[in-house]
Each structure stands twice: as structure tokens, then as C-alpha cells.
Ligand binder design. Sequence first.
Ligand SMILES: [Zn+2]
Length: 199
Amino acid sequence: MNKPPFKLNAEHVALDFVNTLDDRYTPGGPRELLPSYADLLRFCRQAGLLAHAESARLGAFPHASQEKGLRSAIELRELLARVFYRWVEGRSPSAEDRTALERWAAACAARRELRWKDGHLAWTWRALTGEAEAPALLLAQRALDLLIGDEPPRLHVCASDTCRWLFLDTSKNRTRRWCDMKTCGNRAKARRYSAAHQN
Ligand SMILES: [Zn+2]
């Protein structure tokens, strides 16, 4: 059976990734959207991080390697969740989490090399599909790019208490409140409507 596609509406892949532990703050939650390495690969493909052929190569790794690759990605995701949710409140990551980010940065740096491409130098990955940790490394690099960019990211959480998905506010007047206007935004509108029309 084909699984439904991921909802990628955070405007940044690292945030979409953190949102794959759904209902993180809901009493009945959380709900794991990445229960297997195959799901992780599916996420990376849909998010444009991995080409189909790359994902197929990674998907052919032995089960034990896949499990390790998945564990590593989930560990990264929960590290990023702690960092991002504190960031939203204007708080620094804990010293422990900063060290963990440094470790990811070093791991990514060890696997990248400079190549001349289209008239300028660019970082490229070396033999990326040679290890099952590739999805975690790709995601770590994107998260680091976001956190340590020229401008601090405009990180927000969805205003729905039961959702709290992360997203970047890329709207012109910086007024985005919901992860998705069609779901969370509409639910809030409906609630306001019924509250106003009671009595
Ligand atoms: Zn939401």
C-alpha cells in the first residue's frame, strides 16, 4: 500500500524533518511518521535531498546498516527539535546540544570537498551514497545552513496548541500564524465562528 506523501509546508527541509514527529505536544501523541529507513528515504526523495537512484542505492543496504542510519537520523531530528523550539523562544541551545551540533558539523565537513562548478567553488559530497548515514548527514548540513546563515531564521510554531509544527515565516508582512491555512488555520476560524454564534 502506498503511504500518503509528507506534508512539506515548513518552507525549509530541516523544519519539515522535525515535523515528522507529528503531534509532538498533543496529549495523545506523538505520532512517528518515520518508522523505518524506507520512510526516511521517501522523505528525503520528496524533499528533493536525494535523487531516485541515490535513494535506491541506500535502500539496498543490509538491514543492520539501515537501522543504524535511521537511529542516527532520529537522534539528529530530536536534537534539532530541542534547538529549534528553544530558538523560537529566543533561547540558546544547551551546551550539550551545541556540542552535538559541532559534532554534526565536523561529520559533514569530513565528507565534503570543494569542486569548481559553473565558474565558482562549491561544496560537494564525497561518495555520499556509500553509507547509510547519508540522509542524516544531508539533513544535518541543511539544518546547520539554516541556523548559522547570514540572517537568523524567522522560526515560528503553528499557533494551534495541538499542532505546534515548525515553519519559517517567509510572508511579506511577517504575519503567518499557521503551519497550514487549510487545516490549522481553518479549524481556528471555525472555532471562532462557533464561539461567536453561541447563545
Ligand atoms: Zn498547524
